[in-house]
Design a protein around this ligand. Sequence first.
Ligand code: KIV
Ligand code: ZN
Length: 389
Amino acid sequence: MSDKPKDRVYIFDTTLRDGEQSPGATMTHAEKLEIAQLLDEMGVDIIEAGFPIASEGDFRAVSEIAERSKNAVICGLARANLKDIDRCWEAVKHGKRPRIHTFIGTSPLHRAIPNLSKDEMAERIHQTVSHARNLCDNVQWSPMDATRTEWDYLARVVEIAIKAGATTVNIPDTVGYTAPVESADLIRRLIAEVPGADEIIFATHCHNDLGMATANSLAAVEGGARQIECTINGLGERAGNTALEEVVMAMKVRGDIMPYSTGIDTTKIMNISRRVATVSGFAVQFNKAIVGKNAFAHESGIHQDGMLKNAETFEIMRPSDVGLTETNLVMGKHSGRAALRSKLKELGYELGENQLNDVFVRFKELADRKKEVYDEDLIALASTDAAED
Ligand code: KIV
Ligand code: ZN
């Protein structure tokens, strides 16, 4: 591996804005403040705290989060009109490091909604980004549905936004339509061909409609993006957004081929994942990468035996890397004698060979009837055996 310092990739978390937009995921004011504090403590670089014009509640949450944040840049979202941008600025301006994020849909389908011609939309972009930049020196601009926008028009409006003062240009894959090769190429081409592109940060913002959000975000980084937009547990509209824990752990575990660093303290991942699941009411699927209940659980005899000898046989990261205390060897019908012996020892039972054989037979009978055999079941089996001797 080379000694070259790793390029820094900024983590922009939008759990409280795009994540909260998932139907049914609304959080209370106190919950939003709590999640923002956890994100800040975890080392997230930019927190998109809400959409200030959307409601009084959103405005209050963004303002308070901006005032309380210790390290993170606090960002609010605004559509491409002066009223939205002014309201957003009112909400973020008391923070130490405010950002205005303004956006407009640039693809043919999205241009048809406000019924603007290409030239009219270009003029609107110039006017709104300039206005935001007059208020705040940290301005992010997004062409919504960028991945379905004609190349020529996308390049033209990105250039206009940069000239008007955008310091970050985000390229959203709003409907999860792109694929990794295309995601990398698009950013690479924008950086190479748009005048001024090398002076700003490009961001990637992916949705997971085809299950490619993580791969597309990492590919965009390969293409030159240096900000990934994501949410905890991949919370977000429809199939969700890029999951923060996935991109961060991918870059950490595969630093050999993705030499990028983030400011995230990964040991805080599990705790924030659980809090977001609880407050949003969106449970995490059992087999979800990194934070699912089974992500560090092993049931089959071969896997458990391997894990007991050397954890690297079936784990590419340590549970402690994400804030879990230990690997979970789940006792079920696929478990073997070695795992049973180890689990019983953990529970305080060191059985002789004959006793272990006997408990093992009864354990298998029980495991055939139950999906999972709990510690209490094992204690009962081991105690009965001890009493019979
Ligand atoms: O998905 C999207 O396009 C968005 C924009 C507002 C950035 O969330
Ligand atoms: Zn989005």
